[in-house]
Design a protein around this ligand. Structure first.
Ligand code: 5GP
Length: 212
């Protein structure tokens, strides 16, 4: 039986450098039904980032305008910059049964829990070791040494929140972690809360019994 379903809000959270972006990229490559929720940010664009693909880069007054106008589903300050999720695209995709991946921090996740828990499945990704985390941050070399230190300190704080997530993955191997995320997503797609037509379907079955 094919019912139409609501989309899944898949939240991937992790300290920077734990491998979240690589997992998301791998997921998008072979699954056309999931797309990234492109956040707005007031952070400066890195050289390898594309406006509209990785983020919408905006200034602080525009961020404040959007937040005041209720255009952001959630928002937070991370590493001294503002980030937020534009509301309109999320609602449209979910209604059409398309899934969305959110790369947001714990503050944003908690705000989304308040508003749309039934639509969400959340995964916290941990690095296998701090040595590995540091290596990934150094390799990225996008940020100055000061920023890397700040991100490591922030990683420590972020890790306090792992219990707030439905699943926790230790990302030792990219392929293995991606496959686990695919499994979680496949199961979330089948959850009862996704299927609005079930009430009618069950009522109809019951009426058929009553009519016997
Ligand atoms: P980065 O500057 O490295 O791209 O992201 C820094 C942190 O901000 C990451 O932990 C990322 O998950 C988080 N982040 C990115 N976009 C959003 C957003 O729209 N909302 C929230 N709450 N966090 C975000």
């Amino acid at each position: 039986m094919d019912f139409t379903r609501r989309g899944v809000m898949l939240v991937l959270a992790s300290p920077s450098g734990a491998g979240k972006s690589s997992i998301s990229r791998a997921l998008f490559e072979d699954d056309p039904n999931i797309a990234l929720s492109v956040s707005v940010t007031t952070r400066a664009r890195r050289t390898d980032e594309i406006e509209g693909k990785h983020y919408h880069f905006i200034d602080v007054p525009e961020f404040e305008r959007m937040r005041a106008a209720g255009e952001l589903l959630e928002s937070a300050e991370v590493h001294g910059n503002f980030y937020g999720t534009p509301r309109s695209r999320v609602e449209e995709r979910l209604g059409n049964g398309r899934d969305i991946l959110f790369d947001i921090d714990f503050q944003g996740t908690l705000q989304l829990y308040e508003k749309c828990r039934a639509d969400m499945v959340t995964i916290f990704i941990l690095p296998p070791s701090i040595k590995e985390l540091r290596k990934r941050l150094d390799r990225r070399a996008q940020d100055s040494e000061g920023t890397i230190e700040k991100r490591l300190r922030n990683a420590r704080l972020e890790m306090d929140h792992y219990r707030e997530y439905d699943y926790v993955l230790v990302n030792e191997d990219l392929e293995d972690s991606t496959s686990r995320v695919r499994t979680i997503l496949a199961s979330a797609r089948l959850a009862r809360s996704r299927f609005n037509e079930l009430d009618d379907f069950v009522r109809d079955l019951q009426e058929q019994i009553d009519a016997l």
